[in-house]
Design a protein around this ligand. Sequence first.
Ligand SMILES: [Cu+2]
Length: 134
Amino acid sequence: MSGRLAAAAAIIAASVAFLAAGPAAAGGAGEKAPNRLLVRGQEFDLTLSRAEIGPGPALIQFQNDGEDPHDLQIRKQKGGATRSVGELEPGALGSVEIRLQKGARYQLWCSLLNHRDLGMEATLKVKRKQPSAG
Ligand SMILES: [Cu+2]
């Protein structure tokens, strides 16, 4: 029971840290902050913090909320290079920076064993335009 609570607290802490480091945390003049996406994986699904994201540079974070190791693969639906966050132990957080093509769709999945077939996959849609900064 306390293990579950600790895991839940870790998830909340990760989410808060993620939200706190939003676009406003971006640095120097003229440097465009990457868009951010948090992907949470467990047995057996992937949950995206947003279904759509702006084009251009993106920081994709992968949190293993499960009880088994998982990884995260990302590839444009129409093909191209596969980027990945390597295998993570339960509770671990990893990230990868990627440049997202406007209007494209990307597949995300876990490549371990048969996890993808079991449901560890998701689709991310890239908008045609960057939403105007608020
Ligand atoms: Cu997996």
